[in-house]
Write a protein that binds this ligand. Sequence first.
Ligand code: PEP
Length: 232
Amino acid sequence: MLIAGNWKMYKGPGETREFCAAFAPPDGVDVVLCPPFGSLGAGVASGHTIYAQNVHWADEGAFTGEVSTKILLELGVRGAIVGHSERRQYFGETDETVARRTVAALGHGLKVIACVGESAEERESGQTELVLRLQVESVADAAGTHSNLVLAYEPVWAIGTGKTATPEIAQEAHALIKSLLDVPVLYGGSVKPENAEELLSQPGVDGALVGGASLDVESFTAICQAAARFHS
Ligand code: PEP
C-alpha cells in the first residue's frame, strides 16, 4: 500500500519542518509527502520520502515556472505526481504532456504517480470509460508497465469536494484502469480517516492519494494507519 499526501500550494518550509517532525508513519505502509516546490528541500531534510507535484520532460531549458528531473534529483526528491486534475483544469495539461512528463521522470529514475479521472459532466454523460481509456492508454503507450509507475484514479468531482466515490465506483474504475495498464492504482478524492478503511479494502485499490486530509498530521496518520491494516 502506498499513501501519498498532496499538499498542493499549502505549507512553506517552516510548516513543512513542523509537520515532518511530528509525523511518524506506521510500519507496513509506504508513505510519501508532496510539498510545493519551495518546501521540497525542507521535506527532504526531514528524512521522509518526498515527491514533487509536477516535473518537466526537458533536462533543462527556457521553460519558466517548470522544474526538471535533474533539479529534483539533486534536491533528493524521489518522485513526482504528474497530470493532477488541477494541472489539467487550470494549467492546460493534456494527455500528451502528461505522457511526456511521465516518460522523462521514469527515464531519470524518479518514481511517478500519474493521475487520471473523469469530471462530473463526463460521468453524467456516460463518458467515464472513454475518458479513462484515453488518459490511461496515453500513459501506457508512452511508458508501459514500468516498475516505478503508479496511477491514481481521481474522479475530478470527488477532489476537494467532500464527495467520495462509492466503493463500487472506485472498484469498477480501478478494474478498468488495471485492465489497460497493469500497475498499482491509488484512489484519490476526499479520502479521510472516516472513509479510508472502506475505500482501501476494495479489490484493486493499492493505496490513496490524499489532498486536504494530508495537511493535518493527525488525520494523515490515521489514514496511513488504516492502510497499514491492509498491508500486502
Ligand atoms: C488530491 O489533491 O489529489 C486530492 C485527492 O484532494 P482531496 O483529498 O482534498 O480531495
